[in-house]
Design a protein around this ligand. Structure first.
Ligand code: FES
Length: 203
């Protein structure tokens, strides 16, 4: 039985036409699959490979390389907290601690007891001038304070959203932030940093 919906499979099959190299569609395809079912199961990766007519090993290799993709369950709302230099100099350590307390988890990757939240520490998200910052539900949030984080958490607890497919184009392709005023709906211009360079707390 298929784990991806027929609608999504059709959408994935249409992606290669957008790119000079059809295999470039693998990342937006994986992103769409993850949006639909929450994380990338082996079955989902296999179905993406079939839809794109790519080698399953190549698709799995891409999925396992980037922090953007998750191979195990995550919370419905995932905080990507930047802990690179600029954000760290402006208090990212305290932001991480506050996020952990606000969502009720002890470490990165842990899912809160209500299933709503988890967090990860990531490398630079390209919005250093608005540090400290994070990405949540495809939006950037700048100049973070404890109050802003509490508000983000409270809003999502009040209206726990179902997983929504991202508006086209997929989350990987968009502009970088242009303003430091409040929150942003700008999407990522590039995938998050590779796992091999993920910053470890206390490292
Ligand atoms: S260091 Fe955090 S956005 Fe660049």
């Amino acid at each position: 039985m298929s784990v991806l919906s027929p609608r999504l499979v059709d959408e994935i099959k249409a992606l290669p036409a957008r790119y000079p190299q059809p295999r470039s569609a693998v990342m937006p395809a994986l992103d769409l699959a993850q949006e639909e079912i929450g994380y990338l199961t082996p079955e989902a990766m296999s179905e993406v490979a079939v839809a794109l007519q790519l080698d399953p090993g190549y698709v799995e290799g891409v999925a396992t390389f980037y922090t953007l993709f998750h191979l195990s369950p995550i919370g419905k709302h995932l905080f990507y907290v930047c802990t690179n230099l600029s954000c760290t100099l402006r208090g990212a350590g305290d932001i991480v601690d506050h996020v952990k307390g606000a969502i009720g988890v002890k470490e990165a990757g842990e899912v809160s007891s209500d299933g709503l939240f988890s967090y990860e520490e990531v490398e630079c998200l390209g919005a250093c001038e608005f540090a400290p910052m994070l990405r949540l539900d495809h939006q950037y949030h700048y100049d973070l304070t404890a109050e802003k984080i509490d508000r983000l958490v409270a809003e999502r607890k009040l209206a726990p959203a179902s997983r929504e497919a991202p508006a086209a184009p997929p989350a990987l392709w968009a502009t970088s932030p242009a303003s430091g005023e409040g929150d942003s709906s700008h999407r990522l211009t590039k995938p998050l940093a590779p796992k091999k360079v993920r910053k470890k707390k206390g490292g």
